[in-house]
Write a protein that binds this ligand. Structure first.
Ligand code: HEC
Ligand SMILES: [Cu+2]
Length: 484
């Protein structure tokens, strides 16, 4: 290579390097949260679940003052069930904190004078011993302050870490803090705050009254309740979270535990994007994402089709038997290009079915000769067929399956119960003041069985008694339906 040529090559390399350096320093990647200049100061706006403070529109780091008050109070865990919750900011989960990478966060923890116990806070967004726990140990009627720099963007859990730690968490002491990256998060139409957790009560699921914490159940990791946002039905019916067709929705999902990992799933939606573990990486097209106790995820999806979408822990008994259900109600116009709804429902006869002699499984249904027998046979049918939805004790599932226990709907006119079984039931109904809008499939039972099961229900679960005969059932079978 001659000298001129060599010189040319070197200058080319230098020029390339200069361009590279220039483009780097121009870039947001160059932002250093540890040394970014702190400009001014601000009070952090905190929100109660399921709301989230608005996105941060600052393009500088600031001194952000967070005031968080611990309040111990009796709160609703389920209908008729209360629990003494220990809260950050008066709600379970605690208030949502939104800050920006590089912010200097001055954290004030206030322990209300009426409280009985000391508390503190461990924020997973902190680099420093105990995540702030030691610095914030606060007796009732006191306030402590510490400051930390938000060095790592992401979605983080915070929780109380006062001994016994498990008990403070089990009683409701957790929440989420978002550290927005300096360049901000992508713009979406709706943002919500959803946090799963367990409750360990002395009484069984649904047992009424103020329920004390059960330490043994907690150690066995056997909760009575697994819920979103602190209570059964906290985001259902008129409290459902909402979006419009075509909206992009972002859920900040946390898991306070204290024990279980959530298999977080939205029925009928595919999570277009998941910032799994609350970090930078994005996984796309996810059905169910795993959120460990003390962890979080940001999930995003477009709501293409109107309807109700149910948030669940897909460890599914937790959803239908322990409370881990919430509703996202999407309004808008149907789009048959994406989803048609049911297009056909007709009798299905397998090929040759009409001529084949199918071995008829002959069920022997004993005929009841007394009301006591009717009740006894009816109990068997109930346990075999109905309890899957209406529960063994007749209490139903809030927001999904109405109670047949002490049901004003049924007691007012038992024919309605017969009709629900022989014709099926759908559309809005009101049972004991709660509205339900589900579908009960028609049940393939004989008149004798229907008479038995309705008689059993009428004479159980605090209902008003009475007897239904096979003749009553036949009469309803001949009718289209029953006035409701
Ligand atoms: C697959 C779930 C499911 C099964 C199984 C089921 N039901 Fe229902 N049932 C429902 C739903 C959902 C409704 C409410 C329908 C609506 O909202 O219009 C309902 C409503 C009712 C009602 C009227 C409302 C009330 O609570 O009083 C009665 C009575 C009833 N069912 C009895 C029964 C009996 C008896 C059986 C067993 C033979 C049974 N159901 C099986 C889901 C079910
Ligand atoms: Cu505490």
């Amino acid at each position: 290579m001659d000298t001129a040529h060599r010189f040319y090559n070197i200058s080319l390399a230098v020029a390339t390097l200069l361009i590279f350096v220039a483009s780097c320093s121009d870039n947001q990647n160059d932002f250093d949260p540890e040394t970014a200049e702190i400009v001014g100061e601000k009070q952090a706006e905190l929100t109660l679940p399921p709301d989230v403070p608005p996105p941060i529109d600052r393009d500088n780091a600031t001194k952000l003052i967070v005031n968080m008050e611990v309040v111990e109070k009796e709160m609703r865990l389920a209908d008729g069930v209360t629990y003494t919750m220990w809260t950050f900011g008066g709600s379970v989960p605690g208030k949502f904190i939104r800050a920006r990478e590089g912010d200097m966060i001055e954290f004030h923890l206030q322990n209300h004078p009426d409280n009985k116990l000391p508390h503190n806070i461990d924020l997973h967004a902190v680099n420093g011993p105990g995540g702030g726990a030691e610095s914030t140990f606060t007796a009732p009627g006191r306030e402590t302050v510490f400051t930390f720099r938000a060095l790592n963007p992401g979605l983080y859990v915070y929780h109380c870490a006062t001994a016994p730690v498990g008990m403070h968490i089990a009683n409701g002491m957790y929440g989420l803090i978002l550290i927005e990256p300096a360049e901000g998060l992508s713009e979406v139409d709706k943002e919500y705050y959803v946090m799963q957790s367990e409750f360990y009560t002395e009484g069984d699921y649904g047992e009424r009254g103020l329920q004390p914490f059960d330490m043994e159940q907690a150690i066995e990791e056997n909760p009575e309740y697994v819920v979103f946002n602190g209570a059964v039905g906290s985001m259902m019916n008129d409290k459902a979270i909402t979006s419009e067709q075509g909206d992009n929705v972002r859920l900040f999902v946390g898991n306070g535990g204290p024990n279980l990992t959530s298999s977080f799933h939205v029925i009928g939606e595919i999570l277009d994007k998941v910032h799994y573990e609350g970090g930078d990486r994005v996984q796309t097209n996810v059905q169910t994402t795993s959120i460990p106790a003390g962890g979080a995820a940001m999930v995003e999806f477009e709501t293409e089709v109107p309807g109700n979408y149910i948030l669940v822990d897909h460890a599914i008994f937790r959803a239908f038997n322990k409370g881990a259900l919430a509703t996202l109600a999407v309004s808008g116009e149907e789009d048959e290009n994406v989803f048609t709804g049911q297009q056909l429902d007709r009798v299905y006869q397998p090929e040759g079915g009409a001529i084949q002699e199918l071995p008829q499984e002959k069920r022997t249904i004993p005929t009841a000769s007394t009301i006591e027998e009717r009740i006894e046979f009816g109990r068997e049918t109930y346990m075999a067929v109905c309890q899957a939805c209406h529960m063994a004790d007749g209490s139903g599932i809030e927001g999904a399956f109405p109670p047949v226990a002490n049901s004003d709907y049924l007691n007012e006119n038992p024919d309605r119960g017969i009709s629900a079984i022989v014709h099926g039931l759908s559309g809005e109904i009101t049972v004991n003041g709660e509205t339900y809008n589900g579908v009960m499939p028609q049940q393939n039972l004989t008149n004798e069985e229907v008479a038995n099961v309705i008689t059993y229900i009428l004479n159980s679960f605090d209902n008003e008694g009475g007897e239904v005969t096979p003749e009553d059932v036949e009469r309803i079978r001949q009718q289209e339906g029953v006035e409701s």
